[in-house]
Design a protein around this ligand. Structure first.
Ligand code: PLP
Length: 382
């Protein structure tokens, strides 16, 4: 930003202004999309701009990465063609080691991790909300990485980030947090001690259900970070420039979207708790949620836009999902439109997700309309 104020800017301002990037020739307020896949060499055979080839060099990508790094309080950030490409790059960057990962986490990554020994790593799945279990799973000198996802998808259990980092670091292990659900609006894992933070930018960071993207941000530029960069280059996991442009555009409203979605989710959770057909509401913002105190300490300004409800049976859950009119029956989350999903149907074998659970991704609609729609759908159970 040319005329950046002298005082520190809030996340909301940084995101809304996209760090103030402007196109230098015309001074266009909105940056153009750089589509070139190659760049001209200097007459002396050098590349004085530093831009060489499109699988690693692109200004639109650099712009969105600079913003994500700033929002996460990171040294640097790297974008990827998907959240899975970002997450798997972290595991693949390590020399063969032992990794400790959550039992409750994004199911696609969990399935991939079950086959992790194929890549030379040993893996232990653990209840990350149970600190004693985490402590006994970490083996000093042997464990190379602890993976956190909090709140965890789709049960929304909470991990104490600082406590896990303290223990992992004493044992010589790195800690990486998948922070897709809270986003930097509600949680900054690097400030709490994590070494790396990962996002499926497909979700809240982009926020409009029209880009598949991933990101990793790092506390420091070191050998691990350079190996992650190498993996992105060699495996070809680079994000397309058009998607990077859309992501930058989506990020401008991140704070407004996540704050609103989080308030609406809290309101719905409180009301659904009192509904006779709802057996349980899983939401860390509820006072009786087992992780509420930790979440209140480590999350700022809300508990997220995701919640789940349990309805007593698979048939009841699927029937209610079939009755909604405003909520959309679809997978994924973090967009402007509210989504409802019978999670067990997609998670498949070995999932800790109960059969009677519906996952709700709260969008930007009026929460009163969302509640009314759920009420009319739940009527079939009362
Ligand atoms: N992490 C979390 C928490 C997710 O929910 C997802 C996808 O649903 C991913 C990572 C993977 O991201 P992507 O679908 O962008 O590859």
């Amino acid at each position: 930003m040319d005329d950046r104020p002298f005082f520190p800017l809030s996340l909301r301002t940084l995101a809304a202004t996209a760090l103030g990037v402007a196109e230098p020739t015309t001074r266009a307020l909105t940056p153009p999309i750089h589509m070139a896949t190659t760049y001209i060499r200097d007459a002396d055979n050098g590349y004085s701009t530093g831009f060489i080839y499109g699988r690693q060099d692109n200004l639109t990508i650099h712009q969105v990465e600079a913003l994500i790094a700033e929002l996460e309080h990171a040294s640097e950030a790297m974008t990827f063609g998907s959240g899975m490409a970002a997450a798997t790059a972290v595991f693949l960057s390590l020399a063969p080691t032992h990794v400790v990962v959550p039992k409750v986490m994004y199911w696609g990554l969990r399935q991939w991790l079950r086959a992790l020994p194929r890549y030379g790593h040993q893996v232990t799945f653990v209840d990350m909300s149970d600190l004693d279990a985490v402590r006994s799973a970490i083996v000093p000198g042997r464990t190379g990485l602890v993976w956190i996802e909090t709140p965890s998808n789709p049960l929304w259990t909470i991990t104490d980030i600082e406590a896990v980092c303290e223990h992992a670091h004493l044992a010589g292990a790195l800690v990486c947090a998948d922070s897709t659900v809270p986003t930097p609006v509600l949680s900054r894992p690097l400030d709490l001690g994590c070494d790396l933070v990962v996002h499926s930018a497909t979700k809240y960071l982009n926020g409009h259900s029209d880009v598949v993207a991933g990101a990793v941000a790092t506390a420091r530029v070191d050998a691990t970070w350079e190996r992650i960069r190498e993996i992105r280059f060699n495996h070809g996991g680079f994000l397309g420039p058009f998607d990077a442009y859309l992501l930058l555009r989506g990020l401008r409203t991140l704070d407004l979207r996540v704050t609103t979605q989080s308030h609406s989710a809290a309101l719905l959770a409180e009301r659904l708790l009192r509904h006779p057909a709802v057996r349980a509401v899983l939401y860390p913002g509820l006072a009786d949620h087992p992780g509420h105190a930790v979440a209140a300490r480590q999350m700022t300004g809300g508990f997220g836009g995701m919640l789940s409800i349990r309805l007593g049976s698979r048939a009841a859950a699927i029937a209610v999902a079939g009755e909604v009119r405003l909520w959309r029956r679809a997978t994924s989350f973090g967009g402007t439109e509210s989504l409802i999903e019978h999670r067990a149907s997609i998670e498949g074998e070995g999932s800790p997700c109960p059969d009677d659970l519906l996952r709700l991704s709260v969008g930007l609609e009026d929460p009163e309309d969302l509640y009314r729609d759920l009420l009319q759908a739940l009527r079939i159970l009362t």
